[in-house]
Design a protein around this ligand. Structure first.
Ligand SMILES: NC(=O)c1ccc[n+]([C@@H]2O[C@H](COP(=O)([O-])OP(=O)(O)OC[C@H]3O[C@@H](n4cnc5c(N)ncnc54)[C@H](O)[C@@H]3O)[C@@H](O)[C@H]2O)c1
Length: 338
């Protein structure tokens, strides 16, 4: 395989990040086909990318010879889309969240393992220079003992956001604010904590918006290595997005990462100078950040150059496990223990 032949299903808002990222990796990726059941979105996508267009995923899979297909459909369709793609012996690149149930996630991993295929879960912020820099400090032991990892996600999502598209805020297709707005943060918290989950307790309420899922909530997480985590999430921040941050409290250091896409180091304090730290903060033009380009580069490195992928299937499953436990804890009003 010299160049990756890529297809994509779901040509809505986030697909633009994929179109740009694939273009930025054009030396190594051929964008072959796109699919959307909405004719207008499909037509815009084919015009922009030059890829062949399909209104139906089965038709695309039956007619094209693809190495991987990116799933950019709404959350609740990820599982059925991924099963189809894997059953055509094609690798899957999947927007977060992996699926809306842990059981379904496990089934996908089972099919992929059996067929020797990859499932690449998209958490593009892991590739941010800010996140990479903090992970390096963690791996070098610069923080000493880690006590807590906390996250504040105070976004503003108004009534219009929940009206269009209509899947936003639905239990079955969206899954809730922790899943849709919180998943990048909880994924990175899991990655930083570096151990399996011990318990999760969450409270979620619908205080204002006319939706089936929570618009405010708080989750307390415990990892097996003793680290305590806390996520405070609201889509009701006054008038505009206010904060999206992760803070690590360690014995010998404290770091807070913020910005609208985890693109700024807000605080960086250590007992000892941490040598590799340089000015890694940068500006972004949207909450999506710039991570999709290095993400696709890394997919190429894995499929063509056989390098290990940054987000292992175990990481992807633990990321899903945390999200599903938060939802479970909210729904059943109980602590989830592992
Ligand atoms: N990584 C990120 O930062 C990020 C940001 C935003 C959204 N997302 C994720 O990306 C996914 C898509 O979000 P979006 O905001 O682009 O949604 P969207 O509603 O704007 O677009 C979804 C598209 O999928 C199409 N579609 C739906 N079902 C289909 C099917 N069965 N076959 C073909 N096409 C189908 C729709 O017509 C629409 O064009 C979601 O899972 C979301 O959580 C990730």
């Amino acid at each position: 395989m010299n160049k990756l032949k890529i297809g994509l299903v779901g040509c809505g808002r986030v697909s633009q990040c994929h179109f740009d990222a694939i273009k930025n990796n054009a030396n190594e990726i051929d964008f072959v086909a796109v699919c959307d059941r909405n004719e207008t979105n499909l037509s815009n996508a084919t015009k922009q990318t030059g890829a062949r267009g399909y209104l139906n995923l089965d038709e695309m899979l039956n007619n094209e010879d693809l190495d991987a297909v990116s799933i950019c459909t709404p959350n609740g369709y990820h599982y059925e889309n991924a099963v189809k793609i894997l059953n055509h012996n094609v690798n899957v690149i999947i927007e977060k969240p992996l699926t809306l149930s842990y059981k379904e996630g496990k089934k996908l991993m089972k099919i992929a393992n059996k067929k020797g295929l990859h499932i690449f879960l998209i958490h593009q912020n892991r590739f941010n220079p800010t996140i990479q820099c903090v992970k390096k400090a963690l791996d070098e032991g610069a923080f000493g003992k880690i006590y807590m990892i906390t996250s504040n996600i105070f976004w503003h999502r108004n009534d219009d956001y929940y009206k269009n598209p209509s899947w936003h805020g639905s239990k079955k297709i969206d899954g809730g604010a922790f899943i849709t707005q919180g998943s990048h943060y909880t994924d990175i918290m899991n990655w930083f904590a570096g151990d399996k989950l011990k318990s999760v307790y969450a409270v979620g309420k619908t205080l204002e918006r006319n939706i089936e899922t929570e618009d405010c909530g708080s989750a307390i997480i415990e990892w097996k290595n003793g680290i305590i985590g806390n996520v405070n999430l609201s889509v009701l921040a006054y008038k505009e997005n206010y904060e999206g941050s992760i803070t690590i409290l360690g014995e010998k250091g404290l770091v807070k990462i913020g910005g609208i896409a985890l693109n700024k180091i807000i605080d960086w304090k250590f007992d000892n100078k941490v040598d590799h730290f340089c000015e890694v903060s940068y500006d972004v033009d949207s909450v999506y950040g710039f991570g999709h380009t290095p993400y696709y580069k890394s997919v190429v490195d894995t499929l063509i150059n056989k390098k290990e992928f940054l987000i292992s299937s175990e990481d992807a499953m633990q990321s899903l496990q945390l999200l599903c436990s938060i939802v479970d804890s909210i729904d059943k009003k109980k602590i989830v223990k592992f």
